[in-house]
Ligand binder design. Structure first.
Ligand code: C5P
Length: 221
């Protein structure tokens, strides 16, 4: 069974997808971390992120391993644990740039389909229900007010001590900008699949969203 959870940054999808996967005993795959890994590796190699051929070469060779950890998914790139380096703004921006390029998406989509074929996964991203697994058994699209999404992101950065001197209004602006790019790119834009269930998480707790999703997947629970 494949459960697709898509939505914009800060909609709660990663946190929720992880808990849903734990409850169902499914594998959790955060596809955003794959685009982030490609951006990270490209920056390490001083490759211009808009140089599609060069980034595609990196994307096709890089080894990305997603390993379940105590506190979410760990990301190893070419054997190195880079989990904590992936959430910074430079990488968020970089991921959106590489994710807009057709060659990179093709490589990532193939990797994601391979992972999905292992069965019983909860996969989160932007195009899982529309492009990667249009035939997924269950699809959800999470959304929330941009101010609330910014606030969540701000708290997350503070907890990791990565907020530096950035204030909330700048984080909201960055989130709105990245959404705009994700929603308006030509290939695999962020959008709700026709058969996805929309959940507005603005005023909902994590627990409430998880319950709603589990109830939909397994009505007898
Ligand atoms: O989910 P996360 O914020 O980690 O994703 C980072 C970026 O990667 C997104 O802003 C988007 O541009 C890209 N992405 C994508 N398709 C996915 C997952 C992420 O285009 N399935």
């Amino acid at each position: 069974m494949i459960i697709a959870i898509d939505g914009p940054a800060g909609s709660g999808k990663s946190t929720i997808a992880k808990i849903v996967a734990e409850k169902l005993n499914f594998r959790y795959i955060d596809t955003g971390s794959m685009y982030r890994s490609v951006a990270w590796k490209s920056l390490q190699k001083n490759t211009a992120l808009k140089d599609e051929d060069a980034v595609a070469d990196i994307a096709s060779k890089v080894q990305i391993e997603l390993v379940p950890g105590n506190n979410g998914q760990l990301v190893f790139v070419d054997g190195k644990n880079i989990t904590d380096q992936l959430k910074v703004e430079e990488i968020s921006r970089g991921a959106a740039i590489v994710a807009a390029q057709p060659m990179i998406r093709k490589i990532m989509t193939t990797k994601q389909r391979k992972l999905g074929k292992q069965g019983n996964v909860v996969m989160d991203g932007r195009d899982i229900g529309t492009v990667v697994f249009p035939q997924a058994e269950k699809k959800f699209f999470l959304d929330a007010d941009p101010k609330e999404r910014g606030r969540r992101r701000f708290i997350e950065l503070k907890e990791k001590d990565q907020a530096k001197n950035t204030d909330l209004s700048i984080i909201i602006e960055q989130i709105v900008q990245r959404d705009h790019e994700d929603r308006n790119r030509k290939i695999a834009p962020l959008k709700q699949a026709k058969d996805a269930m929309l959940i507005d998480t603005t005023f909902l707790s994590i627990d409430q969203v998880v319950k709603e999703i589990i109830k939909t997947i397994n009505p007898s629970s």
